[in-house]
Write a protein that binds this ligand. Structure first.
Ligand SMILES: C[S@@+](CC[C@H](N)C(=O)[O-])C[C@H]1O[C@@H](n2cnc3c(N)ncnc32)[C@H](O)[C@@H]1O
Length: 239
């Protein structure tokens, strides 16, 4: 399958750093890995068996430079990994930066929202920091594609920037990679999933303190995970 249209992120792909040029973001964490690692720890706290089950199949939809799958692997996750994206440039960066001593995920370029991958093929699908780049009129089609790809009983995790957090809103408003972003508050994701056939739709909240603060930031997340004021949020759902 080929995506003939140049994608927005092709121009950000070489040396992709997730907008670390923003001074506030650079104060909060050392590099993009610091921010994505918060999501990896959150996933492993919620589903500790992810670390031990080699039989699982995980899709990172809109994987970009594959930071999240790379950190999942570094955290000991043995599952089969797949990454898809509309940007051939970002997928090239993912391949270029994947560690030589670790088998890479299967990477696939999307044709718009469509992956072309078989139905019911993943136990866990993660879509992280992607939906705010998807035009409003294509978001329902993304939810449908993810629903098609997930196995019955599988889990979806949507990670998004929280527009109710003033620091997040400020950083997004001042980041070149987010020039065309339209942020979604948690209820938008919850209601979109609830009305497109997903079950057990729930929101959780993360990144209350800068990732640079390490264990203190994790402790804050454990205490305040119910409060919709974190820098990021996660909506989980099942099929
Ligand atoms: C901010 S980056 C996030 C990358 C990665 N998920 C992460 O967390 O590091 C946004 C990514 O979404 C991709 N993207 C935008 N629209 C998409 C779509 N409709 N389907 C899949 N990926 C898309 C972009 O090409 C880019 O790689």
């Amino acid at each position: 399958m080929t995506n003939l249209q140049p994608a927005e992120f092709d121009s950000h792909a070489a040396g992709y750093d997730g907008g670390m040029g923003n001074p506030l973001k650079a104060m909060a964490g050392e590099n993009l890995d610091d921010f994505v690692a918060v999501k990896v720890r959150w996933l492993l706290r919620r589903w500790p068996d992810l670390a031990t089950r080699a039989d699982l199949s995980i899709l990172d939809y809109g994987c970009g430079a594959a930071t999240l799958p790379r950190l999942l692997r570094a955290a000991g996750v043995q599952a089969r990994l797949t990454g898809t994206d509309v940007s051939t440039g970002m997928l090239a960066e993912a391949r270029r930066t994947w560690p030589a001593d670790s088998p890479p995920p299967a990477f696939h370029v999307q044709d718009g929202v469509a992956t072309g991958l078989p139905s019911d093929s993943f136990d866990l699908i993660i879509i992280s920091a992607v939906l705010h780049h998807v035009p409003l009129n294509q978001r329902a089609a993304v939810y449908q594609e993810l629903h098609r790809l997930l196995r019955p009983g599988g889990r979806l995790v949507v990670f998004e920037h929280n527009p109710w957090n003033p620091v997040t809103s400020y950083v997004v408003a001042h980041s070149p990679i987010d020039r065309d972003a339209i942020l979604l508050p948690p209820p938008e994701v919850k209601s979109a999933l609830s009305t497109t056939g997903w079950r057990e739709v729930r929101a959780g909240h993360l990144m209350f303190l800068p990732p640079r603060l390490g264990a203190l930031a994790t402790a804050a997340e454990r205490l305040f995970g119910w409060l919709p004021m974190g820098g990021q949020y996660a909506v989980t759902a099942s099929k």
